[in-house]
Unconditional design. Structure first.
Length: 273
């Protein structure tokens, strides 16, 4: 299958800022027809990088509506990039249950529902590519990011299974796990408050500072956009891709080869716990 990029129609969830916007802008320069999404596109009155549709991954009606607009205007949908996601931090014991559920809706159930909405179209076309943006954090349980790690790990594993189910329809699916990139995710994530009477107060506060520093010093999101473009141009995408600093990617290798308790000690030393 040859990629004729000038005819490819791309849907990017969470396309109004950060990694999603960078991907959309970069693919636009390569001749792709881009539709990004936002829960509230009316907030972005000056946005002109590409078409921005209203879509909330927690609302299946908005998902269906956005997909119908694309099909009405373009007659096809070739590539879905499931990029919309949300961060969450805190001691697991202290994160409210509704916040845990909300995070899984955004990071796991939401992407699944977007995929379900596009699959009948891609099956009819006998062609399609779905790229799920996960996280290097999904490869390991990180302290005070356990819920985020879990939601991204769930999407990774689901993709592994689902891509095998889709092979007979000539629909490709892959995971792309970014490390830390300089985006506004830290500002948008749910932070469980650092409670004065919490037994986790000192260690959680210290870890929060470290996490925010990592994002602030993160790589340029355009690197992620270039990686996505390479995947799109690959006729046979791999199951997993990792994009980020060498040590972040290498940490996955270390987890594979080191005893669990040794790896745990490395993580605890890194987070000064």
């Amino acid at each position: 299958m040859t990629i004729h990029k000038e005819t490819k129609v791309v849907l990017i969830t969470g396309g109004s800022s950060g990694i999603g916007k960078s991907i959309g802008e970069y693919l636009s320069t390569k001749g792709f027809i881009i539709y990004g999404t936002s829960r509230k596109p009316e907030k972005y009155t000056d946005f002109d990088a590409f078409t921005l549709l209203q879509l909330d991954v927690a609302d299946t009606d908005t998902i269906q509506s956005a997909v119908e607009i694309i099909i009405r205007e373009q007659g096809r949908l070739d590539i879905l990039i499931n990029n919309a996601g949300a961060g969450i931090t805190g001691p697991i014991e202290e994160i409210p249950e509704d916040e845990i559920q909300r995070n899984f809706i955004t990071n796991y159930f939401g992407p699944i529902n977007v995929i379900k909405a596009v699959l009948p179209i891609m099956r009819k076309q006998s062609n399609g590519l779905i790229i799920n943006i996960t996280s290097i954090a999904g490869y390991m349980g990180l302290p005070y990011r356990g819920i985020y790690s879990a939601s991204k790990a769930a999407l990774e594993m689901t993709t592994e299974a689902w891509r095998m189910e889709l092979k007979g329809f000539n629909i490709q699916m892959t995971n792309v796990a970014p490390g830390d990139f300089a985006t506004n995710i830290a500002a948008g994530r749910y932070h469980a408050p650092v409670l004065e009477n919490s037994p986790y107060r000192k260690s959680y506060a210290k870890t929060l500072e470290l996490m925010d520093a990592h994002v602030d010093k993160g790589k340029d999101p355009e690197e992620m956009a270039k990686a996505i473009y390479k995947i799109i141009c690959n006729n046979k995408p791999k199951v997993h891709y990792k994009v980020g600093e060498f040590m972040q990617k290498f940490s996955i290798v270390l987890k594979r080869i080191l005893p669990d308790t040794v790896y745990e000690k490395l993580l605890m030393n890194h987070y000064k716990l």
